[in-house]
Write a protein that binds this ligand. Structure first.
Ligand code: PLP
Length: 430
């Protein structure tokens, strides 16, 4: 199945805020990189769990039993989304930042100061500081960042290969840059990590909404993503291989479970968060067959449906990417607008593709001013920030404007952005 204009209309109905902001103003929401809109199914599932299953787990009364089941169903849903071995490999946390800190602390127990950690040069700080902290404590000798090409935004695999050696303990990379949209070639990088026996960790926060994620196919040891970047609420999830869930020793309090994902979870979990992510997964499954009343069985059947959904999304977004960069008919894309610099990969037809995340600057405008005009005059929600990334500084700037599209965005919304930027570019000359 493909996302065509009829399905897109139905998709937009699944997102109550797709058309208008809370004040009732019609706008195009293009700040998805900072957090997507929430699907109705996720919000409703959360509200239901919040009211019905409000108790703590482990008791006989329905509120408690329901809470336990809700947590397990949420883990199952995430496991199917990532094609993980079992729900026992899915650990929840407050944010991916906190999960990556939890992972680095757990790994730090076996470090003696002679190993290194390798990252890409385009990481979000959530995947830098947890490892840098180990350096600060003298537990690793080096934190190495592989170069990327400032023109194409692509990772320099030669440099990455040089950075990884027999002392590399962890290779941790973002699946896609939240500023450049560059996708990391996870298969190739994973192979480099495995060749030296390093752990392979993936920050999938930015990429998770844009294509299939299959932890077993990638062969990673850990992967994190956040619900608020996947049509749900805040709260995040970490996949760990079954061996690592058991083998590592996270910081924990004595009475909490000694095995399974609960061993990794600090304090009392919020069952409504698990209901919310299950709701988002239900939505993705719905996408593959909007008229079906029979949901697929949890497990391989649902995992296959989720892959199909994410492939539909990826196909649709590939076309969006092409229009944003190259244009459509008479409207030329970002690459052609005078005075506009677009960062990251410009080749919309490359093998790896790119996420539809476009950071840009327009000569004659400061980023915040441009974001303000795009919002006030054109009703386009576009960010202007550093995005907690080291990337803007590498281009000698503090901030960039960023428009991130997801599958509920329409071609008309792309045209609206392009038209606005063309007009603002023209105005500069006058
Ligand atoms: C690539 C990437 N990694 C990590 C994070 C941080 O995620 P969280 O807010 O769940 O800690 C973000 C947030 O923008 C991100 O884009």
């Amino acid at each position: 199945m493909a996302i065509d204009s009829r399905l897109l209309m139905r998709i937009r109905r699944e997102f109550p805020a797709a058309e208008k902001d809370p004040s009732g103003r019609k706008r195009a929401f293009l700040d998805n990189g900072a957090g997507t809109l929430v699907t109705r199914r996720s919000a409703e599932a959360e509200a239901e769990a919040r009211i019905d299953w409000s108790a703590n787990v482990g008791n006989l009364f329905p509120e408690s039993v329901g809470a336990g089941e809700t947590i397990l169903e949420g883990r199952r849903a995430v496991a199917d989304l990532l094609r993980a071995e079992s729900p026992d490999t899915i650990i929840s946390g407050e944010s991916c930042t906190s999960l990556l800190f939890a992972l680095s602390y757990a790994l730090s127990r076996n470090l003696k100061g002679d190993s290194n950690v390798v990252l890409t040069g385009y990481e979000h700080y959530a995947n830098i500081n947890p490892w840098a902290e180990l350096g600060g404590m003298g537990l690793i000798s080096q934190l190495r960042l592989a170069k990327f090409d400032l023109d194409t935004g692509l990772l320099d695999h030669e440099d990455l290969k040089k950075q990884i050696d027999k002392n590399t303990k962890v290779v941790s990379v973002t699946a896609a840059s939240n500023v450049l949209g560059t996708r990391s070639d996870l298969k190739v990088i994973g192979k480099m990590a495995k060749e030296v026996g390093a752990l392979f960790v993936i920050d999938a926060v930015h990429h998770v909404a844009h294509g299939p994620t299959d932890v077993r196919k990638i062969g990673c040891d850990a992967l994190v993503f956040s619900g608020y970047k996947l049509f749900s609420r805040h709260g995040s999830y970490m996949y760990l291989t079954p061996e690592l869930v058991e083998k590592l020793h996270p910081y924990k309090v004595d009475p909490s479970p000694k095995h399974g994902p609960e061993k990794w979870e600090w304090g009392t979990r919020d069952q409504a968060m698990f209901a919310a992510i299950r709701g988002a997964v239900d939505y993705l499954v719905w996408l593959t067959n909007p008229n079906s009343k029979i949901p697929p069985k949890p497990g391989p059947q649902r995992a296959a449906k989720l892959r199909e959904a994410m492939e539909m999304i990826e196909d649709y977004e590939r076309e969006i990417t092409r229009i944003v960069l190259d244009g459509y008919g008479k409207i030329l894309g970002l690459r052609h607008i005078p005075g506009l610099t677009v960062f990251g990969p410009k080749d919309s037809a490359s093998r790896l593709g790119r996420d539809p995340t476009f950071s840009f600057k327009l000569a004659g405008y400061d980023d915040h001013g441009l974001s303000k005009i795009l919002w006030s005059k054109y009703a386009l929600a576009v960010g202007a920030e550093d995005y907690y990334s080291r990337v803007p500084a590498l281009y000698n700037t503090k901030t960039m404007c960023r428009a991130t599209f997801v599958h509920y965005n329409t071609r008309d919304e792309v045209f609206a952005l392009l038209n606005a930027l063309w007009q603002l570019s023209e105005k500069r000359k006058k």
